[in-house]
Ligand binder design. Structure first.
Ligand SMILES: [Zn+2]
Ligand SMILES: [Zn+2]
Length: 440
């Protein structure tokens, strides 16, 4: 034994040699159901001082008791059933399992079997649990230290990449891999594409005649299109797309694109070159969607994105029949410029949205071009304003509206509605970014 740990040892021994501690240790040995290992003995006194492991604490207590002439039985421990003599076995199982996954940080957890839980409770009845720590806390720590030593990766209690779960019921190691979150913006060039998978209304995904046995209302979505490249790169199970709002299915999403966070569930890889991933998504979805500005972010970014109130800019084309002078249209847009719109939930979404009145501001509305017979205008407004209804009036549910201002019924052309910008200030997002150490 080296001189450096001698003072510790003496200190510990002094602490442990108090009469009440020795008395309690004697009880444990005498009343126990069989031999007990140093870890399980020492663990009952874990909260007395620090600086030594339970195993060492148990060893000292055993020595003291033997010196005092107590009979101390040797053999397989009745409390842990020999678990702590078998730590290396668990470590090698964990290391083997960890080969499946890329990770930088981890945490160890234990699912304790019923038998060990009962033993532990019995032990606490004998010893009183006043200084004890639970078996699983010690096991997690001891296995964790060994994994750190073997892999050079660090245990992380707050944000581990994965949890190494020691399942004492099945005697197997399981991995709970935490999601990877990526922020970016998507552009959608194709109309008729929903943002996320949309389950069939008739069968709710089981498959029926109505949906041609696909279970879906639309054969593909932005989420499905981009997720195939992403899943392949991260070797994940599935993805969830969290958008900063969503455009109409038949509207394109152009310009700067729409912010989103994609969550990759159970990724086996987590160090993917995101610029290469952008290229891959673009190649695989030519003419449909692309993603730009991908960055690794923290989980909290999902809430940030979902709750963001971002202004939107739309490009919308309308055909006005009967024709009105261009001057009239310009005057009408002038009235809308800066107006606060009172909008009752549009008739077309009433089946899935509460009927209520929203107030949303139009920040600017201007005519940008005229291609016979369609006028194109650009409208920038608060998020959550329904543009089609701002044009049509929705039977008076949206006020003011373009139709009313022109004194004729105007509809937005289905094929001429695009979102051209979603104004979300990227500098507000920097607290949610993860260091991009992964880029090659
Ligand atoms: Zn034991
Ligand atoms: Zn169906």
């Amino acid at each position: 034994m080296s001189n450096q740990i001698l003072p510790y040892r003496q200190l510990t021994r002094k602490e442990l040699e108090k009469a009440e501690i020795i008395e309690e240790a004697r009880e444990i040995i005498k009343e126990g159901l069989g031999p007990i290992c140093d870890n399980c003995l020492g663990r009952q006194f874990a909260k007395i001082g620090s600086g030594v492991s339970n195993a060492k604490r148990g060893k000292i207590l055993r020595e003291v008791l033997i010196e005092k002439g107590e009979g101390v039985e040797e053999g397989k421990c009745w409390v842990c059933n020999g678990l702590f003599e078998n730590l290396e076995e668990w470590v090698s199982r964990a290391l083997e399992k960890l080969k499946e996954c890329e990770f930088d940080s981890f945490l160890v957890g234990t699912k304790v079997s019923g038998m060990l839980l009962e033993n532990e409770e019995l032990m606490w009845e004998i010893a009183g649990a006043s200084y004890a720590e639970p078996l699983k806390a010690e096991l997690n720590r001891e296995i964790g230290k060994r994994i750190e030593r073997e892999t050079g990766k660090i245990a992380n209690f707050e944000r581990p990449n994965l949890v190494v779960l020691l399942n004492l019921w099945t005697e197997k190691v399981e991995l709970q891999v935490n999601s990877v979150f990526i922020y970016g913006r998507y552009r959608k060039f194709k109309r008729g594409l929903p943002q996320t998978r949309w389950l069939c209304r008739e069968c709710r995904g089981r498959g029926c005649e109505h949906c041609n046995y696909t279970g879906k209302m639309y054969p593909e979505s932005v989420e499905e299109l981009i997720s195939s490249s992403i899943l392949a790169a991260f070797k994940g199970e599935y993805t969830v797309l969290h958008g900063c709002g969503r455009e109409d299915i038949d509207a394109r999403m152009l310009g700067s694109g729409r912010p989103f966070v994609v969550e990759i569930k159970e990724p086996r890889r987590r160090k993917v070159d995101l610029r290469m991933l952008e290229d891959k998504v673009r190649e695989e979805n030519k003419g449909k969607v692309e993603v730009v500005g991908l960055q690794y972010v923290k989980r909290e970014m999902v809430a940030k994105i979902k709750n963001a109130k971002a202004d939107k800019a739309y490009r919308v084309g309308v055909e006005i029949k009967p024709k009105v002078p261009e001057k009239d249209l310009e005057n009408a847009l002038d009235t809308l410029n800066g107006a606060v719109i009172e909008q009752r939930t549009p008739t077309r979404v009433l089946h899935r949205r509460a009927d209520m009145v929203r107030r949303r501001k139009v920040h600017s509305a201007k005519l940008i071009s005229f291609e016979e017979p369609v006028f194109f205008m650009e409208i920038r407004c608060d998020g959550g304003l329904y543009i089609k209804e701002l044009i049509s009036g929705d039977g008076g549910r949206t006020k003011p509206n373009l139709s009313e201002l022109l004194g004729t019924e105007v509809e937005a052309e289905e094929k001429e509605l695009d979102v051209v910008d979603v104004f979300l200030f990227e500098h507000e997002l920097k607290n949610f970014l993860l260091a991009q150490v992964f880029l090659l």
